[in-house]
Ligand binder design. Structure first.
Ligand code: FE2
Length: 201
């Protein structure tokens, strides 16, 4: 059953949203999460797994917070040590939204085995099967009148995308944080981490 959540609930699950200084951007991130929760087949956001693979035992919400906070930590060091300019608002917004379409890209699997962790068993939804990962999240960014740059960061965060971000510090920080947070979930379970899949051309 879809979940009816409000802004206070989004803030409770993703407290980092209040670090976004731009009011329109902050409200957009909150509204998108409220909308997606109302569209998903899950009872609550905390039940959703990070993915359907090795990391199925992990909660998506923990991954999203992990990525957002790792990206901010990288930004802090880059700013302090190298004077790198980082758009923190944009970095937090993309951290919180990069996987916002996952709740509708999968659905509860009543026949699924326990995941071995706090997340519940899931299977691909029709959306997940027919639409490339992050496309629906990108649609939400446009529908809420948020910046094109944010849409670019959301849609290019996945290797499913045919376009790569080439000029964005925020995209680079998000990329490494996303894979770092994924690998810390994969390695203890004996899966093949992203760090072992590097291919540089
Ligand atoms: Fe992610």
């Amino acid at each position: 059953m879809p979940a009816k959540i409000d802004a206070a609930e989004v803030r409770r699950i993703f407290p980092e949203v209040d670090q976004i200084t731009d009011a329109k951007l902050r409200q957009g991130v909150i509204d998108i999460w409220i909308e997606v929760a109302a569209e998903m087949a899950w009872d609550k956001l905390e039940d959703i797994p990070k993915n359907l693979d090795v990391e199925k035992y992990r909660r998506l919400v923990d991954h999203i917070r992990g990525v957002t906070r790792m990206a901010l930590a990288l930004a802090d060091v880059a700013q302090r040590e190298h004077g790198t300019k980082v758009d923190r608002d944009m970095l937090i917004a993309v951290g919180l939204l990069h996987d916002v379409s996952k709740p509708v890209e999968c659905e509860p699997d009543p026949e699924g085995k326990p995941t071995g962790g706090p997340a519940k068993a899931a299977r691909k939804s029709e959306m997940g099967a027919k639409i490339q990962h992050a496309v629906y999240a990108t649609h939400k960014v446009f529908a809420h009148g948020l910046p094109l740059e944010l849409a670019h960061l959301v849609v290019t965060h996945t290797h499913a995308s045919n376009v790569r971000p080439t000029k964005s510090i925020e995209a680079a920080l998000l990329f490494y944080a996303d894979y770092a947070d994924s690998d810390v979930g994969i390695i203890p379970k004996g899966g093949k981490p992203f760090v072992a899949r590097w291919e540089v051309h």
